[in-house]
Ligand binder design. Structure first.
Ligand SMILES: Cc1cc2nc3c(=O)[nH]c(=O)nc-3n(C[C@H](O)[C@H](O)[C@H](O)COP(=O)(O)OP(=O)(O)OC[C@H]3O[C@@H](n4cnc5c(N)ncnc54)[C@H](O)[C@@H]3O)c2cc1C
Length: 426
């Protein structure tokens, strides 16, 4: 008895504290601070990192992002239309770092899912308990003969968070002669921001209408129909008569090759001479997805609809455009929500709970002219592990709406962008 009391007394004393800390450091640390590494500081990844901090401040969150400045694609077409500055699309990571998230500006170059570690271009190695991948899209340059990363320096895609690509396209449009043709090559689905190429055509037309009114835009499309098609076609007829021509594959729109030296795009039926070419190739998940073994043969990453955990690798979650999440559109709006849902699920799993299924919404605005926007909304529910459209929930702006409604949607688009970027980056 005496012996027992003495042992307890010893353990309560200073020596006991040291002994316990020496015996249990890993267990204590793992319990107190599970580690999540998030790769990709775009709408999905940065939203997830912030939501993890809110869901459980005990979680040690590290955000890895290749660039120190994020250039947001939503509203970037308005830069081409002369309605916004590129700087209004750009955000840094200081505010995120000030919330207690460790921010590493580096490329993630390797993922070891067995050892649960990530290697960075700086040589650092980060260990994780759970990993979140949000690398956005990769471009299938080889889908169009003659197109490549090098050719994109002459015929920009301007379809990722790369400021140089937006800037190049903007400068080319400003420099072209009146009377030239802007060719936009639009990809098949699934792709990032399905209405984006048509919003882009509209914004370029808005600029050309006043500055270079004899110019034309031709959209060479790999698909036979597109998001909000009738709304766009009606608006083009009303606002830019004769300026924008849309070519479906059955009408010779499918681009097969490009010669950037001669400035010619070849399609199944015709050749198009262009002054400026904006080539948006078909897409897949960002390169990191293949490195981590989470992409399947489609090039996208199948995930569980409740937790966004990869169906290919345990403890690895994929969110945003890289994920194949059933019918969820590849948009910033969806990516930011997916980041939040994934963060909640991870916190629940760390707490030993079952993650709760959540319905998600989507709302995508497209600017057609100054003070003129259209929109498409939808709701999605997890059904048998995949996000599925809720019946009759996909709705787009009415075809016959008055100008006041279009102006209201343009203001809503602006408000949405300001709110979401300040929530994530502010
Ligand atoms: C012209 C245009 C207009 C659009 N308009 C809208 C709109 O109005 N509304 C809307 O909701 N959506 C819109 N979108 C779509 C939206 O931009 C994307 O859906 C959204 O950006 C996807 O977010 P993400 O986080 O998955 O990918 P991204 O935003 O691309 O972010 C991925 C990040 O990961 C980083 N990264 C990649 N690999 C690594 C690596 N190995 N190591 C470190 N970092 C890495 C990249 O640098 C990048 O910052 C538009 C897109 C375009 C192109």
């Amino acid at each position: 008895m005496m012996k027992e009391r003495t042992r307890r007394q010893i353990l309560k004393g200073a020596g006991g504290t040291v002994a316990a800390a020496t015996l249990w450091p890993h267990a204590l640390r793992a319990q107190a601070a599970p580690r999540v590494v998030v790769i990709g500081g775009g709408f999905a990844g940065a939203s997830c990192a912030r939501a993890l901090r809110t869901a459980d401040p005990k979680i040690a969150v590290t955000l890895v992002e290749a660039r120190s400045t994020y250039t947001a694609p939503p509203m970037s077409n308005a830069v081409l239309g002369g309605l916004r500055d590129l700087s209004s699309q750009q955000f840094g990571y200081d505010k995120i770092a000030s919330t207690g998230i460790t921010v590493k500006i580096a490329n993630a170059t390797a993922v070891d899912t067995q050892a649960r570690s990530v290697t960075l271009s700086t040589g650092d190695k980060l260990s994780y308990d759970r990993l979140v991948l949000a690398p956005g899209i990769g471009l299938r340059f080889d889908a169009i003969s003659g197109y490549s990363e090098a050719a994109a320096a002459q015929a920009p895609h301007a379809w990722t968070a790369d400021a140089a690509q937006f800037d190049l396209l903007h400068r080319q449009i400003e420099a072209m002669d009146d009377g030239g043709t802007v060719a936009i090559v639009a990809p098949d689905n699934p792709s990032r921001c399905p209405p984006g190429p048509y919003e882009r055509a509209s914004m370029i037309a808005s600029y050309l209408k006043t500055k270079k009114p004899r110019s034309k835009i031709v959209i060479l499309d790999a698909k036979d129909s597109f998001s909000m098609q009738q709304l766009f076609l009606n608006a083009w007829q009303q606002l830019y008569p004769g300026m924008i021509e849309w070519k479906s594959p059955s009408n010779g729109g499918n681009a097969t090759s490009i010669d950037v030296a001669k400035k010619i795009i070849e399609t199944d039926f015709d050749n198009y001479q262009y002054a400026v070419a904006n080539v948006i190739p078909p897409q897949k998940a960002g390169a990191l997805a293949s490195l981590a073994g989470v992409a399947d043969r489609s090039g996208w990453c199948p995930v569980d609809a409740v937790t966004f955990e990869s169906l290919q690798q345990k403890k690895v979650h994929v969110i945003g455009d890289a994920a194949f999440a059933g019918s969820m559109p590849k948009s910033a709006y969806s990516g930011a929500l997916e980041g939040k849902v994934c963060a909640t699920a991870i916190a629940q799993l760390f707490a030993g709970k079952t993650a709760t299924p959540t319905n998600l919404g989507s709302n995508c605005y497209s600017l057609v002219a100054p003070n003129y926007a259209i929109t498409i909304t939808g709701n999605f529910a997890p059904v048998n592990g995949e996000y599925t459209e809720v019946d009759n929930s996909i709705k787009s702006s009415p075809l016959d709406a008055p100008a006041s409604r279009r102006a209201e949607d343009a203001k809503n688009a602006d408000d949405w962008f300001r709110t979401i970027t300040s929530e994530i980056f502010g």
